[in-house]
Ligand binder design. Sequence first.
Ligand code: APR
Length: 178
Amino acid sequence: MLTRKHGVTIELWRGDITRLEVDAIVNAANNGLRGGGGVDGAIHRAAGPELLQACMLIGHCPTGDVRVTPGFKLPCRYVFHTVGPVWRGGDEGEGELLASCYRRSLDTAAEKGVKSLAFSAISCGVYGYPVLSAMHIAWQQITDWLEAPPPHQLQRIVLVAYDDAVWQAGCRVMPGIS
Ligand code: APR
């Protein structure tokens, strides 16, 4: 399912992000960049142990920010490790922090000359963010960023839905998908 904004294709794609042939994938990591379960675990398994070594050298990523490693054995060139907020009811700045994950990832894609970028559904698993709200933020941030972007080479942005909840929410928030 896809739509176009400002010459960039935005896709909602169902499946495992580690299989995607894109320049960069966005991991839903933790502050210590130590790997974990969910998409983080899948990415570390597919990339191989060098990924954890690279993450340990970086050491830390603040919530809402991004750190970059190579993709190692993954098909992608880069992994962007972003740390989404833990959902605590919505009054602790969770929305702004999640929005920052998307904006910082897009800025990083521009800095690295990335042409294709795939997002996991940041915070939508164990961090407990309400999925429909999270997908609204994803869509809003991507389209706002594309309205006035820095110089970039992006041609394709993929929102990856691994589970039903993200797929259904993505179908609701993305207008004009076909
Ligand atoms: N490909 C794409 N998406 C996946 C995959 C995969 N292989 N595996 C899981 N997902 C999806 C989940 O279905 C969910 O929609 O990723 C989304 C995010 O879920 P989590 O991985 O639980 O991420 P998050 O809620 O941000 O929690 C981050 O979990 O694994 C730990 O180290 C991670 O502590 C951090 C926390």
